[in-house]
Design a protein around this ligand. Structure first.
Ligand code: ASP
Length: 349
């Protein structure tokens, strides 16, 4: 076994209480409780409704298993398996050809190890496949047919991910793309072309020993060119975790998050001493800046973050007083919704 492989293999198989991990993991600190934050904590990049749906099973799983990875995976799986969520997993909106291609990533602080899948077809729970890439391979990212084969090797069953609801939305989108092709939308006038919907979910968690983990999972940009990979499976873009500092995740236009290394930027700003709220705002401002200012921005991105103390932050580029970007979290005091900030006020109602 080559040395790196042996190292990762040992970490994947080791229990956290083993001396090896304590030696490698510098300092697993005691839980830190402050006025504004506490651990354990599990949060997601959604508000009240999806927050409760996702985080309640995640929190229950954590109470039973004490594994923060198991807990956030259970939470992310809820969204992936729910056909009503049209931006993640089963029922996600498809690419240009009507094919659902999923992206997901996972990162685990104590080992600083990670795994991801890109353009995965026919598997409802891509974050679970990403976790297997992390734990059962010497690689960090699998894509397309190779990712699917890997999932099948591990017993995942191929299923059709395109629900009737998503197929109809895709068909209307295609029919409205151009007035120069041979497709017509139905004359019922029900479909109004509008900005492409965005989605994705980030689920981040810290256990009672201060160990941090994160997941990002999505069906990506609706109508994307087949093979397009977004930010979600790219470590440092759609997700980043550092066990000494905290975790961050992104949703929204992935291209911008990739070219700013968005989640890495948020975590590094927290390392420099910024509160998670300030760090999320910093990343949004950076994106606006590299696009040439507020008037040039016609897309949205949103960051969520948590620091080692369990303090949270959330900011988006676009918002308004009625639609502030938010996140939801569970900690020992119960379920909370946290309203973040936005940089550019728009009328989205
Ligand atoms: N960030 C995702 C992507 O670009 C999409 C989204 O969050 O809506 O693939």
């Amino acid at each position: 076994m080559n040395p790196r492989r042996k190292f990762l293999h040992t970490l994947a198989g080791a229990s956290l209480s083993m001396p090896l991990i304590n030696k490698i993991k510098f300092n697993i600190t005691n839980p830190i409780i402050t006025k504004d934050g506490s651990v354990p904590i599990i949060l997601c990049s959604r508000g009240e409704s999806w927050g409760r749906k996702t985080l309640t099973p995640a929190w229950t799983k954590y109470q039973v298993s004490k594994s923060i990875l198991d807990a956030i995976e259970a939470g992310a799986n809820v969204t992936e398996l729910d056909p009503e969520d049209m931006s993640v997993g089963y029922g996600g909106l498809p690419n240009e050809n009507g094919v659902v291609q999923l992206d997901a990533s996972v990162m685990y602080g104590p080992t600083h190890n990670c795994g991801s899948v890109a353009g995965l077809e026919n598997i409802k729970t891509p974050c679970s496949v990403a976790r297997l890439v992390m734990e059962r391979t010497d690689h960090m990212m699998l894509q397309g047919a190779g990712a699917l084969q890997f999932a099948k090797d591990h017993g995942f069953v191929e299923e059709n991910l395109l629900t009737e609801q998503s197929r109809l939305r895709w068909l209307r989108w295609k029919e409205n793309l151009s007035d120069q092709d041979d497709r017509f939308p139905p004359r019922d006038g029900q479909y109004k072309p509008r900005k492409r919907p965005t989605g994705t979910i980030n689920v981040l968690g810290i256990d009672e020993n201060g160990n941090i983990a994160g997941i990002t999972t999505t069906s990506g940009l609706f109508g994307k060119i087949p093979g397009r990979v977004g930010d979600s499976p790219i470590i440092g873009a759609g997700l980043y975790v550092d066990n000494e500092v905290g975790a961050a995740g992104a949703t929204g236009r992935g291209e911008e998050v990739i070219r700013t290394c968005g989640s890495f930027l948020v975590v590094e700003k927290m390392r420099d001493g910024m509160h998670p709220q300030e760090a999320c705002e910093y990343a949004c401002k950076r994106i606006i800046q590299i696009n040439g200012g507020k008037e040039k921005v016609d897309f949205n991105d949103k960051f969520v973050a948590v620091n080692k103390k369990g303090e949270v932050g959330c900011a988006s580029i676009i918002g308004n007083e009625n639609q502030k970007p938010n996140l939801a979290y569970w900690n020992k005091e119960g379920f909370h919704v946290y309203a973040g900030t936005y940089q550019i006020e728009v009328d989205r109602n």
